[in-house]
Design a protein around this ligand. Structure first.
Ligand code: GLC
Ligand code: CA
Length: 557
């Protein structure tokens, strides 16, 4: 079947547990989602990506799946999912689901069988290895660390073997080299595609093919020392081709999550006749204030951010299509990272313009469109995310509690997982009862209802940006060019098509900034399409976190 045109689209991401509670138990659900579909459509997006909504013991909040063909009882029923799907379609929105197939939950029936022994139909569904013995001491098969907690191997006394878990202990990795596992994956895809789902965001899809020997990694590198042996592995392309064949039958969209995959490798998946993925969620643009992970924080560097932006824009130009994002459920809130909580409205709107007009399909994460910011909880006990708690317990242990908590405040995924702030009433209008997780205390100031009423709000700015992008040939399909890449305060980029040229100026500075247009353009010749300050513009000067979007007719050079 022919694929729909995802290039002109934009998506809204829902992490359901914190989106909207429709049945009053403190947990977000599909009843809440149903009620908010008109709101989502009002943003001007064309699709929704749901983080996992399947049954899960929630060791990693849905990314540990115990049943691939069902809905988590906390979130509703299959019938309710169908209602959401139909209504979203009526409103002109596509629906894509998270396909998490690098691992399952340890409570998945496959694993419960697999762990029993070496001679049942599920024995080879996971990656089991014998212990290594050093005299009497039992050791794991290699020295890999898991990304979430401790070693990547867990001993199972029943089977007298270790199983591999690249993430949490309760997330055993599937053995994708087993053809039966790949058939299961295809069956799961068909199950949802037959129902009318439009595609998948594929979780850590570049991890599914492991190096056959599982060699030791660098001993002193924490958390990711095994990465070279499970990322972009030897059979990855072959497996992705198999899944692609299924997606093609339905014209389904496939977006792969690819932590730390370099752009050159990304191109192998995104281009060519047998393009196996439509878009890729890269991580480079998440690293402008950290090294490898937000937990190893450094001050925000605009130049680092711009290098990442332009690298992907230029490398994919004319060959592949970008997935654009600044937030999702795995990263802290972007205003708190790359913007300024002090210049909250200004930086929140500027950041929107800094990425929505690049080449690619934008993704907006729930709460991003109203400028939600990081939460700063008082003790580690108040955090819920397994990766956060583990980072706190294992790393930088010599530092004071205060410093370690500051690291958590800067890095925790939980900042993206506080309940959505719908209005100024109790519990931010998320739920009539105490929600499952702390509401950010800033909800009286930052909420949907308040921003709906304010023409200058972040919410309404997102709407304007998406509308503008939709009707501009240059923003949709034009070339990308960056000016003054060395500036530490200004991001200046341009999109150019035969019809028009659009210049986007973004100040990342809390002070006024002088700026010059690129040679050959004069500010007064441009039509000001957007600005995040209400009261006109001063030529040559950008106010704190100001953004201006200017249109010039035709080509100038
Ligand atoms: C992906 C998900 C993340 C999850 C991890 C393990 O990175 O986005 O939330 O914890 O994979 O499934
Ligand atoms: Ca609920």
């Amino acid at each position: 079947m022919e694929q729909f045109d995802f290039r002109g689209m934009s998506f809204y991401q829902i992490w359901i547990r914190s989106f909207a509670d429709g049945n009053g138990d403190g947990i977000g659900d599909l009843y809440g989602v149903y009620d908010k579909l008109d709101y989502i459509a009002s943003l001007g997006v064309d699709g929704i990506w749901f983080s996992p909504i399947y049954p899960s013991p929630n060791a990693d909040y849905g990314y540990d799946i115990s049943d691939y063909r069902n809905i988590h009882p906390d979130y509703g029923t299959m019938e309710q999912f169908r209602r959401v799907l139909d209504r979203a379609h009526q409103l002109g929105m596509k629906v894509i689901l998270d396909l998490v197939i690098n691992h399952t939950s340890d409570m998945h029936p496959w694993f419960l069988e697999s762990r029993k022994g070496k001679d049942n139909p599920y024995s080879d569904y996971y990656i089991w290895r014998d212990p290594k013995w050093k005299g009497e001491t039992r050791l794991p098969p290699n020295n890999w660390f898991s990304q979430f907690e401790g070693l990547a191997w867990e001993f199972c006394p029943e089977r007298r073997q270790y199983y591999l878990h690249v993430f949490a202990k309760k997330q055993p990795d599937l053995n994708m080299d087993n053809p039966r596992v790949r058939e299961e994956v295809k069956g799961i895809m068909r199950f949802w595609l037959d129902m009318g789902v439009d595609g998948f965001r594929e979780d850590v899809i570049t991890y599914i093919s492991k190096h056959p020997q599982l060699p030791d990694g660098i001993p002193f590198l924490p958390a990711i020392n095994g990465l070279p042996f499970y990322k972009d592995g030897p059979n990855l392309m072959a497996y992705l081709r198999e899944f692609r064949a299924v997606a093609r039958e339905y014209g389904a969209l496939q977006i792969g999550e690819a932590p730390m995959t370099p752009v050159r490798t990304a191109l192998t998946y995104l281009t060519g006749g047998d393009r196996v993925l439509d878009m890729m969620i890269q991580f480079d643009t998440m690293m402008a204030d950290c090294v490898m992970t937000e937990y190893v924080h450094h001050p925000f560097s605009l130049r680092k951010l711009k290098r990442a932006f332009s690298k992907w824009q230029l490398a994919l130009a004319g060959k592949a299509w970008n997935a654009l994002y600044l937030e999702n459920h795995d990263h802290p809130r972007v205003i708190s990272r790359y913007g300024s909580e002090k210049y909250w409205r200004e930086s929140g709107t500027m950041l929107a313009a800094a990425y929505l007009f690049q080449q690619g399909t934008p993704f907006i994460y729930q709460g991003q469109e109203i400028g939600m910011t990081n939460i700063r909880l008082n003790s580690i006990e108040e955090y819920r995310d397994v990766a956060t708690v583990n980072a706190y317990r294992r790393f930088f242990r010599f530092q004071s509690v205060k410093k370690r908590l500051r690291r958590i405040h800067n890095s925790s995924r939980d900042s993206a997982r506080t309940p959505m702030q719908w209005n100024g009433s109790e519990n931010a209008g998320f739920s009539p009862v105490k929600p499952w997780f702390t509401v950010n205390p800033n909800y009286p100031d930052i909420n949907v209802e308040k921003e709906e009423r304010d023409g200058q709000s972040i919410l309404n700015f997102y709407r304007k940006c998406l509308r503008l992008r939709k009707r501009s040939p240059a923003l949709l399909r034009g070339d990308y060019r960056e000016y003054c890449p060395r500036s530490r305060r200004l991001y200046l980029y341009e999109r150019r098509s035969p019809e028009e040229r659009i210049l986007i100026a973004c100040s990342f500075s809390p002070k006024e900034q002088h700026w010059k247009l690129p040679k050959g353009s004069r500010e007064k010749d441009g039509e000001l399409l957007l600005c995040n300050y209400p009261d006109g513009t001063a030529a040559g000067l950008l106010r704190p976190y100001e953004t201006r979007v200017l249109r010039f007719a035709g080509e100038t050079e």
